[in-house]
Design a protein around this ligand. Structure first.
Ligand SMILES: *Cc1c(COP(=O)(O)O)cnc(C)c1O
Length: 367
C-alpha cells in the first residue's frame, strides 16, 4: 500500500522557531489575558489584513457567535445564510436565538446566489451571513446593495478567506464584520483560534464578550463570556504569519498542477479563479457531474488507495439532524446547494503536498 495522503496537514514553524517565540513566556509567566504575544499578533494581523480593528478569539466559532451577539438583534430575528458551509455558521446564528433562513448558492463559485436573497427578506429579517466558501469571495457589492436597501447587517463567515482580496480590498474589509478561523486545518493557524474584523466601532463590545465584560480590576460592565486567545496560540500565529505568503504560493502551484490534470475532463467541474481576486487556495473542490464514476465511487476508490478526500460540504446544514425541526430546514428548498453537496469532493491540499502525490491522486481519479 502506498503511503497515506491526508486531506490536509497543519502548517507549523520549525520546532526551534516556536521554542524561541515562547521563551519569554517562561520569564514572564504571563500565559493568557491579552499579553505581549496577543497584542503583537493582533497588530500584525491588522497590518496583514489591512483593516483597522482585529479582535482575537480562542477559535473562529466563538468569534462568529460573539460578533453576531454584539449586534444586539431582537430574539427570533431572521438571518439569511447559506446551507453550503461548515455547521459552525448555522450554529452561531441559532445559538444567538435567531432563525436561519437558507438561501441557495450559485453553481459557479458556490457562494450565495444573490438573485435569491431579496425573495427571502421579511419584516423579521435582521442580517445576512454569507460565507466566502473555499476562499471564493461572495458578490459583496450586490449583497451590500441589498443590505443597505433593507437596513440589514452583513456579517461574513470568512473562515476560508484569510489573505484573499479583490481589486486590492482585503476580505477583512467587506461587510459590517468578518470572521476568520485560525483552526489547525486552515491556511493560517494559531492551533485553535479566530478573529473578527469590523467597520464600526465595536471594539469595546467585542472585548467585553470575550473577557467576561471586565473593564477594570473592580469593574464588570457587561455580561460577557470567555473566548480569549492564549499566549501560546498567539505565539504559533506570530511564527506561522512569517511563512504564510510562502505557504499560499506553494498551495497555488499545487492547485495549478491539479488543474493541469483535471481541467477539460468531461464530467469533472473545477472552480476557476475569480476575476480581480487574489486567492489563498484554501481548498480544491471538484464536482463530479456526469463523470464515469459518481462522487461516492471516487471517494471510495481514493480511500482504497490510501488517499483521504472529504465530502465538504455534505450534508448541507439545512439537512442535518439537529435542524430537522426547524421550519426553514430541508435541502430540497436549496436545489443547487443540494446538487453540489451530493457531487463534491475536496481533494488533499496543503503547502507541503508533493507534486508526485498530486499526480498519484489525479491518476487514481482518472484511472
Ligand atoms: C472552520 C470554520 C468555522 C469555525 O472555525 P473554528 O476556528 O474551527 O471554530 C466556521 N465556518 C467555516 C466555514 C469554517 O470552515
Amino acid at each position: 500500500m502506498e503511503k497515506r495522503i491526508n486531506v490536509t496537514r497543519s502548517s507549523m514553524p520549525s520546532f526551534e522557531e516556536y521554542c524561541e517565540e515562547i521563551r519569554d513566556l517562561w520569564e514572564s509567566h504571563w500565559l493568557t489575558n491579552m499579553g505581549v504575544k496577543h497584542k503583537q499578533l493582533q497588530a500584525q494581523l491588522e497590518e496583514y489584513l489591512d483593516t483597522p480593528h482585529v479582535i482575537l478569539y480562542t477559535n473562529g466559532h466563538l468569534a462568529l457567535e460573539n460578533v453576531i451577539a454584539a449586534m444586539d438583534f431582537p430574539a427570533g430575528g431572521e438571518v439569511i445564510t447559506t446551507p453550503f458551509t461548515f455547521v459552525s455558521t448555522t450554529h452561531a446564528i441559532v445559538r444567538n436565538g435567531l432563525v436561519p433562513v437558507f438561501c441557495d448558492i450559485n453553481d459557479t463559485d458556490y457562494t450565495m446566489d444573490v438573485t435569491k436573497i431579496e425573495g427571502l427578506i421579511t419584516e423579521k429579517t435582521v442580517a445576512i451571513v454569507p460565507v466566502h466558501v473555499y476562499g471564493n469571495l461572495c458578490d459583496v457589492d450586490a449583497i451590500r446593495k441589498i443590505a443597505d436597501k433593507h437596513g440589514l447587517k452583513v456579517i461574513y463567515d470568512a473562515a476560508h478567506a484569510f489573505g484573499v482580496s479583490k481589486n486590492g480590498v482585503n476580505a477583512a474589509n467587506m461587510g459590517d464584520a468578518s470572521m476568520f478561523s485560525f483552526h489547525a486545518t486552515k491556511v493560517f493557524n494559531t492551533i485553535e483560534g479566530g478573529a473578527v474584523s469590523f467597520r464600526d466601532d465595536m471594539v469595546q463590545k467585542m472585548n467585553d464578550l470575550k473577557n467576561f465584560g471586565i473593564r477594570g480590576p473592580e469593574r464588570v460592565a457587561y455580561v460577557g463570556g470567555n473566548a480569549k486567545m492564549s499566549e501560546f496560540q498567539a505565539a504559533m500565529g506570530i511564527c506561522n504569519l512569517r511563512h504564510v505568503n510562502g505557504e499560499i504560493a506553494k498551495r497555488k502551484a499545487i492547485v495549478e498542477r491539479y488543474r493541469s490534470h483535471l481541467s477539460g475532463i468531461p464530467g469533472i467541474r473545477l472552480c476557476d479563479d475569480q476575476p480581480g481576486v487574489v486567492h489563498n487556495y484554501a481548498y480544491f473542490p471538484v464536482v463530479f457531474d456526469g463523470y464515469k464514476y459518481d462522487r461516492d465511487e471516487v471517494f471510495a476508490k481514493l480511500a482504497e488507495n490510501n488517499i483521504v478526500a472529504r465530502k465538504y460540504f455534505y450534508p448541507l446544514t439545512n439537512d442535518i439532524e439537529c435542524y430537522q425541526e426547524l421550519p426553514t430546514a430541508g435541502a430540497e428548498k436549496t436545489p443547487v446547494a443540494k446538487f453540489v453537496a451530493d457531487r463534491v469532493l475536496t481533494l488533499p491540499l496543503y503547502a507541503d503536498l508533493s507534486m508526485h502525490d498530486v499526480d498519484r491522486i489525479c491518476d487514481t481519479i482518472l484511472a
